[in-house]
Design a protein around this ligand. Structure first.
Ligand code: SAH
Length: 356
């Protein structure tokens, strides 16, 4: 039995809240739902941003292919393994591998080799989430067979008209949605998400985004506020950008998704931290349960600026982790080490028993 589908009007009403005591009540309600369905554990997934080489040209993104101000990089196989081993030794249950989108065979095989190698160095114990954009069903299967078991592919917006305004003509909303279908068919725990506060986006669009998540029956959500980047077609928005509103909107979407989708995993993303130093902790209090500390070697981080002011540019991985854990403990939550922290919803949806 699925949880009831929310109505567009109730979603819109909650997303429209701006009064601070009503906001507090919304976040508290979401936190109660999280406690009931997930508990107060937080799972860390160390994210490795493998490469900023990208064949796509999304108008909002700092690593779009037309941005010639970015120095392109790819982390070597040996370095990725080193970072993954570090995560394993720290007790992280999982890692996330992400990069710009590429679909040539050499790249696909390189990823396959990496997934096998990471499973190898961790005795099969490190859970692997991947986020490599739109690929064929066969490629998704190849990576699943190699050992990845969760996939993040944001739909970016569920409004096809808005999608068209944010992307060049050769980028297709329909194929993005189709990819989400492939991921599910192949057997991944599937995560999607949107950006909030995009130019031309309304609260009614965001309410529809939540309904989209419900209708495709997602297992995980990773979403964050849109933050303009100077070297993109939306660069003119940098000066008028309001961080407080963006953060509030980001937190409201987390809360609303938690209240209505209940048992899914929701990430408190780095974009929230870019807006306020404790933005990710606020995300946990609004209903999120996953944090993805950046474990990419600091020398590469300048190259993965999807938006202005992406944090932790210079901080090294162990410092990031210690300060984060201290803050989480102070909030009364526990970092769950050595656990995959899979989506409870996935097991319910597929009638499977939870393993690790
Ligand atoms: N190539 C992968 C990973 C994309 S980068 C894929 O296609 O899934 C990860 C996410 O960063 C994107 O899905 C997008 O939602 C987000 N992002 C890009 N530019 C952004 C911006 N200016 N502000 C906030 N988030 C942004």
């Amino acid at each position: 039995m699925r949880f009831p589908r929310p109505s567009h009007s109730e979603l819109l009403e909650l997303l429209s809240i701006t009064d601070s005591s009503e906001l507090d009540a919304l976040f508290k309600r979401a936190y109660e739902v999280k406690k009931q369905y997930i508990g107060t554990k937080v799972w860390f997934r160390g994210i490795i941003e493998l490469s900023n080489i990208c064949s796509k040209d999304c108008y909002y993104c700092g690593i779009r292919s037309s941005n010639t101000n970015v120095k392109r990089y790819t982390v070597s196989h040996a370095e990725v393994i080193k970072e993954a081993r570090w995560c394993y030794e720290q007790g992280y249950g999982s890692i996330v591998l992400q990069s710009g989108e590429r679909s040539n065979k050499a790249w696909i095989d390189q990823i396959t080799d990496l997934i096998y190698a990471i499973k190898d160095v961790s005795d099969g114990k490190l859970g692997i989430t991947i986020s490599f954009g739109e690929q064929s069903k066969e490629v998704y299967k190849q990576w699943l067979d190699a050992g990845a078991h969760r996939y993040l592919l944001r739909v970016e917006t569920s409004n096809p008209e808005l999608y068209k305004k944010l992307h060049p003509q050769n980028h297709s909303f329909e194929s993005r949605v189709q990819s989400l279908g492939y991921l599910k068919e192949v057997g991944y725990q599937v995560g999607t998400g949107v950006m909030m506060g995009l130019p031309g986006q309304t609260l009614a669009d965001l309410a529809n985004d939540v309904l989209f998540f419900y209708d495709i029956d997602v297992d995980m959500i990773g979403m964050g506020p849109f933050i303009p980047h100077k070297d993109t077609p939306f660069g003119h928005l940098v000066d008028s950008f309001d961080e407080t509103t963006a953060l509030q909107l980001g937190l409201k979407m987390i809360a609303v998704c938690r209240i209505f989708l209940r048992d899914i995993n929701i990430a408190s993303t780095t974009a929230l931290q870019a807006l306020k130093s404790d933005g990710r902790e606020l995300g946990l209090l609004a209903g999120a349960n996953i944090i993805m500390p950046n474990v990419t070697d600091t020398k590469f981080r300048e190259g993965y600026q999807l938006y202005e002011g992406k944090p932790n540019l210079n901080e090294n991985a162990s410092e990031t982790m210690q300060s984060l854990e201290d803050k989480i403990t102070a909030m009364g939550e526990t970092v769950a080490y050595g656990e995959w922290g899979d989506s409870a919803h996935f097991f319910k949806r597929t009638n499977q028993e939870k393993t690790l």
